[in-house]
Design a binder for this molecule. Structure first.
Ligand SMILES: Nc1ncnc2c1ncn2[C@@H]1O[C@H](COP(=O)(O)OP(=O)(O)OP(=O)(O)O)[C@@H](O)[C@H]1O
Ligand SMILES: [Mg+2]
Length: 352
């Protein structure tokens, strides 16, 4: 009758769809139990803000019911400009000491009133140059914003026990599937429908994060605007179809080329900013995910513009999946959209 204590469902509320993943873990080995995706109408979430919560509640409930999932505990995540992630320097202190002073310490680093945010932190370690100081990853998320996401789950009869940040979920997924190499500087880039998140890591430590408010939607919008086609036609063109009435394939290519160029430039700007403001080495490799990473053109343009190797991550690389239950071709095709949900499903109750 009771779901196992460990049983936690990863649910990623993306702006274009809700993704659900459930894994079974035993001694660090993962097996895929459930996988589901439910599309959302375009205006359901705008700028990461929930505009139509009942549509999301419906999507979540449909996913759970469709797969007959009884578990109630959910790991989910938020992202966007209501979430601030910042690496700060503080005098060396214990976790407990920081716990009691974090409100006060955080005040000067976040642009919101501390009473309006949920605060979290992770001590990274002593500073290399000044051993009396330590670096700390500070995370602040606006309460009213997080509360909207929590409310969706309550309404769906679920209990969000882990509230994560999208880019940390991807980091978690990467750790399990690829593992961190010592001191190598790499970027995890999630290109979704409405946002691109960039997370630069050195070894297993995140040294720079940035959310860009542009994504796959931009490609569709450009196609619509410049070719005067419907949003459905634009979505099909984006996915590689060229049989759009009264539109010659060459012009589709041209619009896509320009729009992809714009997205890639945004990523480049973030990485340039990182290089200019950090003492760390340059990014050696980009690991890409999110629906947009299914576009070959995006990968190739990133690689040639930035001059670094680009690899599309497979969130199921180290996750066993039965061929009978999950078509390998399907898993491969949808994989990029599930990175956040897989990372969430790997969380345990009690994780921050
Ligand atoms: N082959 C493809 N080429 C280009 N874009 C694609 C392709 N496949 C999917 N996409 C785009 O990927 C996006 C969906 O990706 P994803 O599921 O990662 O986004 P999301 O999590 O819903 O959005 P966000 O995280 O930005 O809120 C859509 O914009 C979709 O059009
Ligand atoms: Mg997403």
């Amino acid at each position: 009758m009771f779901a196992s204590k460990k049983d936690i469902v990863g649910i990623d509320i993306g702006s274009s769809s809700v993704k659900l993943v459930r894994l079974r873990e035993s001694r660090g080995n993962y097996q895929l139990v459930n996988l589901g995706i439910m599309p959302l109408e375009p205006e359901t979430i705008v700028d990461n803000m929930i505009m139509n919560s009942s549509a999301i509640v419906d999507a979540v409930q449909n996913l759970m019911a469709g797969m007959k999932i009884k578990a109630k505990r959910v790991a989910t995540s938020v992202s966007g400009h209501s979430v601030i992630i910042r690496k700060i320097m503080l005098p060396i202190m214990t976790e407990e000491e920081l716990e009691s002073s974090i409100q006060w310490e955080a005040e000067q680093y976040i642009p919101f009133d501390v009473s309006e945010v949920n605060l979290d932190f992770q001590i990274i370690g002593p500073d290399e140059k000044d051993p009396s100081q330590m670096s700390v990853m500070l995370v602040a998320a606006k309460k009213e914003y997080v509360d909207d996401y929590v409310a969706v789950f309550s309404e769906a009869g679920l209990e969000p026990v882990v509230m994560d940040i999208d880019c940390f979920a991807v980091e978690n997924m990467f750790d399990v599937n690829y593992g961190f190499a010592d001191d190598e500087v790499l970027a995890l880039v999630d290109m979704g429908a409405s946002a691109i998140s960039v997370n630069v890591l050195k070894g297993e430590v995140s040294v720079f994060t940035r959310d860009i408010q542009a994504g796959g939607n931009l490609l569709g919008e450009e196609l619509q605007k410049r070719l005067g086609i419907s949003s459905e036609e634009a979505e099909r063109a984006k996915l590689g179809h060229r049989d759009i009435e009264d539109v010659d394939p060459e012009s589709i290519e041209e619009v896509l080329r320009d729009a992809v160029e714009n997205l890639v430039q945004e990523v480049q700007r973030s990485l340039d900013f990182f290089s200019a403001t950090s003492t760390e080495d340059k990014v050696k490799k980009i690991y890409l995910t999110g629906g947009v990473s299914s576009s070959k053109q995006v990968c190739e343009t990133l690689e040639s513009r930035l001059g670094v190797a680009v690899e599309v991550m497979d969130p199921f690389r180290n996750v066993a999946a039965s061929d009978k239950e999950f078509d390998p071709e399907y898993l491969k095709a949808v994989g990029p959209m599930f990175s956040v949900a897989v990372g969430l499903a790997m969380r345990k109750v009690g994780d921050k």
